[in-house]
Design a protein. Structure first.
Length: 310
């Protein structure tokens, strides 16, 4: 059994923050995969994150130490996301069930609905746990990977495109316009603010020569972008297509493929031998495009939904 305690994300003291950061690092090292999405990770580990202003934690202690936690955070659409992180030494199934159950009770007491339970690197055990608490699979996010450099056949079949590095301060408004138009209905990437962009640009992993933008040759301004991120602590080192977007006015012009290839070529030129990206499984056009470029599915991050309480 474990002792459970509920605390607001904004009220975590220094000692608990250190314990949470250490737990995240242990889980990451054991799984070779982030235990939380980037905004939630920073909100828990270092109180950063313009995207996660609010939230609650259900903390579980065993043998006098932090063994795991459930994180509840509100989403832009009014729903609540639940993420579970458990120390590798305490993954016996019992603790996960206790944390999910406590998180659901807490959300119901506060009238939070609908609920989305996330499992990173999901498997059959996650499906079973979710269903026991009234959740059903509703969204799969695929991590896909490709060997780099790309084949000559792929590059020759792609329209040429001229890109340049993003210039902070000069390109902010244009990038936000394109990003928010391209992801108007996306639950995480849409509706970015200048504050969010500046916060992300300040991250220690950002390399501006890997943040590529494309301008309209007819002078209409920025029309697309491909932002890459290198995960140097992974085995193998991964070069991620972090986010890629095309202004909807230019859909159908082949820019999505061209920008993807430009980003992957940039990563290969910097010595990266494995490319990676995330995409929704429901985006059949994107999945098909990435398949033609040589990507294959590495794993699935899954969201489970529970209908609003009547």
């Amino acid at each position: 059994m474990a002792d459970l305690d509920v605390v607001a994300l904004s009220e975590i003291d220094g000692a608990r923050r250190n314990a949470l950061s250490a737990l995240l690092e242990r889980a990451d090292a054991a799984d070779d995969h982030p235990p939380l999405p980037e905004p939630q990770y920073h909100a828990v580990a270092d109180s950063g994150g313009a995207e996660v202003h609010d939230g609650q934690l259900v903390l579980a202690e065993r043998d006098g130490g932090l063994a795991g936690f459930a994180l509840l955070t509100p989403a832009r659409d009014g729903s609540t996301a639940i993420h579970i992180v458990i120390d590798p030494l305490h993954r016996d199934g019992e603790l996960a069930a206790a944390l999910v159950g406590s998180a659901v009770v807490l959300a119901d007491e506060q009238g939070a609905s609908p609920l989305h339970l996330w499992a990173m690197h999901a498997g059959p055990a996650d499906d079973d746990l979710a269903r026991r608490h009234g959740f059903e699979p509703e969204r799969d996010v695929l991590q896909m990977r490709v060997p780099l450099p790309l084949t000559d056949q792929v590059c020759l079949a792609t329209r040429p495109i001229v890109t340049r590095p993003f210039v902070p301060g000069r390109d902010d408004e244009a990038w936000l316009r394109v990003n928010n138009r391209a992801f108007a209905s996306h639950p995480e990437q849409g509706s970015w603010t200048k504050e969010q962009l500046h916060e992300r640009l300040a991250a220690d992993w950002v390399e501006l020569d890997g943040f590529l933008v494309a301008d309209d040759p007819d002078g209409e301004g920025l029309i697309g972008f491909c932002w890459t991120k290198i995960h140097r602590g992974r085995t193998p080192v991964l070069g991620e297509i972090y986010v890629i977007g095309v202004d909807p006015a230019h859909h159908g012009d082949g820019l999505g493929r061209a920008l993807t290839v430009a980003g992957l070529t940039s990563l290969a030129d910097r010595g990266i031998r494995v490319g990676m990206l995330y995409t929704d499984a429901s985006n059949e056009a994107a999945v098909a495009l990435y398949g033609r470029l040589g990507f294959t599915i590495d794993h699935v991050d899954r969201a489970y939904g529970r209908a609003p309480l009547s």
